[in-house]
Design a protein around this ligand. Structure first.
Ligand code: CA
Length: 434
């Protein structure tokens, strides 16, 4: 029996998988991750409370003929091959998964693999979904850049002259990108207060998080070939939620004149699920006005932004131990970002630098105009001057050992089922030196 192909984003679609009607992972989402249930790691896709084993489906021939090379895509314990396969394959695979999981479809049952291929998510370990190639961190939020300018360079113009003309960024350290749940050891480094003559070395006293959205790329068009902004979507495999851990004291002393170095490179956490750009399409919205108008290669058609709700939750060690709920300390939205993902990618490749499947680009801290939407502690507490009070009565200027930071991101509106990224969390462990 043949059905006409259905739009995988159709809001009325339902899945036969139980528990998939609510939460972050309805059939309209289908994000990719890498999971392990005791044995070797397999690529999977989240649906409801389950993860679907893509290697098992490929072995059963369920992706042929629309995704003919599926067994090769899922042979390795990573999603790099899928990221490298290109947009036509990404779309074909998502359409086929949507078909297989849609209410009424019995192909997994008839193949005898439904029970084996559907694994409860609470029974699996999620791993770093792919080997990260290059990692670039941008600085795309006008509000964040303005706040940091006021805090780090008081008395001068907060935005530097280049900021409204290009998406400022730096090349980060891909080897320390870790998956959600990985503990973060407090880094040590050089710290220098303005009121003393010389730096000392020891554990950071100003450990912070940064709430960011990142995107994972496919392979680029090759060295020397910039990606035109209207084609940027062809090279974006999907989006992840990012916590760019930051040591403000180390950063403040080291960053001039070449930018962030050891204050950022000790850990960057990402969500285990990569949400495809296609799943995010229904949430496109107009971005903030750009003034002055960007140069031609950065000019993008609206709607260029994405309506993704963001939140940061913090729990002290005591709150975690006593089972107290984490406290929400920030709530914002990705739509406030000044520079879009496409603008970031067009700028990154405008000099002919190429990208490879598995590169990660993060947005930079996302802060809105309201202080309740600031995406870092240095902004929320104004560098510690206005500490936060947690529900256990303790106060925070920056993060303390034992603190657990959990970020969430999701898209929701009245017309569609909610889709989400799950969470990215990490607990701060005491450092060993100083
Ligand atoms: Ca950052």
């Amino acid at each position: 029996m043949n059905h006409p192909p259905r739009d995988p984003n159709d809001p009325v679609l339902r899945s036969w998988v139980p528990s998939s009607a609510s939460g972050d992972f309805p059939i309209q989402n289908l994000p990719y991750g890498l999971f392990r249930e005791g044995g070797p790691a397999h690529p999977g896709v989240a649906i409801g409370d389950f993860v679907l084993d893509l290697r098992a489906l490929a072995a059963a021939g369920l992706f042929a003929p629309s995704v003919a090379n599926a067994p090769a895509l899922f042979a390795e314990p990573s999603l790099n091959a899928l990221a490298a396969s290109g947009r036509a394959t990404w779309r074909a695979l998502r359409a086929r998964l949507s078909e297989l999981l849609a209410e009424g479809n019995r192909e997994l049952l008839e193949a005898g693999i439904a029970e084996r291929a559907l694994v409860r998510r609470d029974a699996v370990e999620m791993l770093l979904p792919l080997a990260i190639g290059d990692y670039v961190d941008f600085y795309s939020s006008l509000e964040h850049a303005t706040n940091l300018g006021k805090i780090l360079r008081p008395g001068s113009e907060p935005l530097l002259p280049n900021w409204r003309h290009l998406p400022v960024g730096y090349h980060g350290r891909s080897g320390t990108v870790v998956v959600s749940g990985t503990p973060v050891v407090r880094p040590a480094g050089q710290r220098k207060s303005p009121d003393v003559a010389a730096p000392d070395f020891g554990p950071s006293r100003m450990l912070d998080f940064e709430l960011e959205m990142g995107f994972v790329t496919g392979n680029g068009p090759g060295l020397g070939v910039p990606i035109a902004i209207e084609h940027a979507s062809d090279f974006i495999f999907g989006a992840v939620l990012v916590n760019d851990w930051s040591a403000r004291d180390i950063q403040a002393w080291e960053y001039q004149p070449l930018g962030p170095f050891l204050g950022k490179s000790f850990a960057t956490s990402i969500s285990p699920w990569i949400v495809s750009l296609e799943a995010l399409e229904p949430y496109r919205v107009r971005g903030p006005a750009q003034e002055p108008e960007p140069l031609e290669y950065l000019r993008e058609r609206e709607p260029r932004s994405l309506d993704v709700a963001l939140e940061v939750n913090l729990a002290s060690d005591g709150m975690v131990r006593s089972g107290a709920p984490p406290q929400r300390i920030s709530r914002g939205n990705m739509r406030s970002l000044y520079w879009s993902m496409a603008q970031q990618l067009a700028h990154l490749t405008s000099n002919g630098a190429t990208i490879r499947a598995g590169d990660l680009c993060a947005s930079g801290t996302i802060s809105g105009s309201d202080p309740s939407s600031y995406g870092s502690m240095i902004e929320l507490t104004w560098r510690g001057a206005q500490p936060l009070t947690l529900s256990d009565g303790s106060t925070r200027g920056f993060l303390e050992d034992g603190d657990r930071v959990t970020m969430r991101a999701f898209c929701e509106n009245d017309a569609r089922p909610r889709i989400g990224f799950g969470e990215v969390s990490g607990t701060v462990l005491a450092g060993g030196t100083g």
